[in-house]
Design a protein around this ligand. Structure first.
Ligand code: ATP
Length: 567
């Protein structure tokens, strides 16, 4: 973005010089140029700040045992990561929260665990062999590879951003009298940018239908899209790239043994639809949910665990009567957003993004985006997949996948609404939102992970103040009682109490308990709260009841249940 701006600015200055514009216009242009430089400086600064914060989060994840580069002793493997001792706990809590929100809060949803390897025809039927491609383009100067569709979508986003800025500026200027609809319909700058955005969008949609690779490249050239690194337009042609990893099964390496690592977990559900429906005597509407690994040979793998080549998905397919799918699509849009919001990470950090370009199987699709340090990004997709998948598997397998509906007295292939969320992206959203640096009254900096309490890897740490007077034994006794109810750790007294608190802050432990020399006498301990650092003297017997409710997944589920009962 920065490079494209600077390029535009240079071009604009040259134009002014060449055309010997009038003095008045020249002055205005100078003011414009100065403002432009200031804005550019500010936006560069903001980008730099966001990059710095993101870098800190990545190194924090490594330093505190959340995420390590895969096979790091061999210098790692691009876009593949391992979760460490704290990361796996946080990830498991996210999965548990999701799983229980599906199977406990919905009587008509059941689980499944399908294998990663599937019959190769699955991927022919689903369309992945022929259509799971991304259009890629290289910049010859930076030697970087991009998704052509992403470059164009970013450009569309820039026009939208310009419009939003105009609207925000006017809203500020006119205050209560501001009529946004009228402003959008009449303001020349908004209209001009809207026109450019709509024309670009129409060309892009048409080019993606085919997809017409030459047309995609032409759009990139016509829009003057430059490489963000080299700042040049020295692009190669656009090529198609299939994202599925393949391997051979058995000892013979020929084409007939070629199988794929699943690029989504959904197909495992579709091929088991009949098994589950029949053995579970399921009646429509009903859902099947699954958590598992998926693999994509991503062209541009970047932004840490946001885009990986091996990742984990939590998917649910909700089968329903044809004609009711839009009702269920709306239900799941709201229910899934309620699940996110119950975590208390700020309602303003979420938004829907309805898809302009629908996948070949969908008749409606939307993303739930979360505000990450590098902008609003997709965390979850909700797709109305029609009867596409089940019909395709019926066609390719020759087996009937029809449902006999006793109410309608007819058989049909059910329609399907999918909710699909990446565990790793969810993990990243939680980490980014929770990472906080605070300056304390004594001038020291405290790094604290303000994780939603129910997701924290460790819920409570118990510290003996020192090694003497039976304090360690008493602390162990408290751990032994609490550990059956939530994850409780013992903190060795070799470090000062302050250091031990800091370490727990850095891994997001919501409660610390200190056993001191008074404890054997009054049966009381000091309970410290992570976010406020406030301390309270409480009886040992009260610990469980104070902590348990706040850190249990049940408390989150209750919030969700309360919300979705109105939908
Ligand atoms: P994107 O447009 O970012 O490539 P997508 O639309 O292809 O994502 P889906 O196929 O809808 O993603 O997958 C569902 C979810 O799986 C996404 O919302 C995301 O959370 C997760 N996901 C997809 N690809 C990756 C990946 N490479 N790394 C991590 N998570 C991923």
């Amino acid at each position: 973005m920065v490079c494209s701006d600077s390029y535009g600015f240079t071009r604009y200055s040259l134009m002014l010089a060449k055309e010997r514009v009038s003095c008045r216009f020249y002055k205005k242009s100078c003011i414009f140029a100065a403002k432009f430089r200031k804005n550019r400086k500010q936006s560069k600064f903001k980008i730099k700040m966001a990059e710095d914060v993101f870098k800190k989060i990545v190194s924090h994840c490594k330093e505190y045992g959340f995420v390590f580069p895969s096979s790091e002793i061999y210098d790692g493997l691009a876009a593949v990561y391992d979760y460490g001792q704290n990361g796996v706990e946080l990830k498991n809590n996210i999965k548990q929260y999701w799983w229980q929100s599906m199977v406990l809060l919905h009587e008509n949803i059941v689980g499944l665990d399908a294998s990663i390897f599937m019959h190769p025809t699955t991927w022919k039927a689903s369309g992945h062999v022929d259509a799971f491609n991304d259009p890629l383009i290289d910049n010859r100067d930076s030697k970087k590879r991009y998704r052509a569709d992403n470059l164009i979508e970013d450009q569309i986003g820039k026009y939208e951003e310009k419009i939003a800025k105009e609207v925000a500026k006017a809203a500020k200027r006119f205050g209560d009298k501001f009529d946004e609809a009228q402003f959008r319909a009449t303001n020349p700058r908004v209209l001009e940018n809207q026109k450019k955005r709509d024309e670009l969008h129409a060309r892009y949609t048409e080019a993606m239908q085919g997809p017409d690779l030459a047309a995609l490249k032409q759009i990139i050239l016509d829009e003057g899209i430059v490489d963000p690194i080299s700042g040049t337009k020295n692009w190669t042609d656009v090529r198609q790239f299939n994202l599925m990893f393949s391997t051979e099964m058995g000892s013979l390496s020929d084409a007939t043994n070629k199988i794929y690592l699943r690029p989504e977990t959904a197909q495992g559900i579709f091929v088991n639809y009949l098994n589950v429906q029949k053995t579970g005597r399921m009646k429509l509407p009903f859902g099947i949910c699954q958590i598992g690994k998926a693999f994509r040979n991503e062209i541009v793998a970047r932004q840490f665990v946001f885009r990986m080549r091996e990742f984990e998905q939590m998917e649910m397919q909700f089968f329903c009567q044809p004609g009711t799918e839009m009702k269920w699509f709306e239900y799941w849009k709201k229910a899934r957003l309620a699940w996110h919001k119950a975590l208390g990470m700020g309602d303003e950090n979420y938004r829907y993004h309805d898809h302009e370009k629908l996948a070949h199987y969908a008749n409606a699709a939307t993303d739930i985006e979360f505000h990450l340090p590098f902008g609003f990004k997709e965390v979850e997709g909700i797709h109305s997949r029609t009867d596409f998948d089940l019909s395709q598997h019926e066609k390719f397998s020759g087996r009937s996948i029809k449902y006999f509906d006793p109410e309608r007295n007819e058989s049909y292939v059910p329609y399907d609404v999918e909710t699909s969320i990446g565990v790793d992206r969810m993990f990243l959203s939680v980490m980014c939102h929770s990472y906080t640096e605070e300056t304390l009254e004594n001038g020291e900096t405290r790094v604290v992970l303000k994780l939603p309490e129910a997701l924290a890897p460790v819920k409570c740490a118990v510290f003996p103040l020192d090694k003497k007077d039976g304090l360690p034994e008493l602390a162990h006794e408290i751990v032994d009682n609490l550990k059956f109810h939530f994850n409780t750790h013992y903190g060795d007294p070799k470090d000062s109490i302050g250091k031990r608190y800091r370490r727990q802050d850095a891994v997001g432990t919501p409660f610390c308990v200190t056993v001191d020399h008074e404890t054997p006498k009054d049966h009381k301990v000091t309970l410290r709260f992570r976010d406020t650092m406030e301390q309270e003297r409480v009886d040992i017997d009260q610990l469980r009841s104070i902590i348990e409710d706040r850190v249990s997944i049940t408390s989150l589920l209750k919030k969700v249940a309360n919300e979705i009962k109105n939908y």
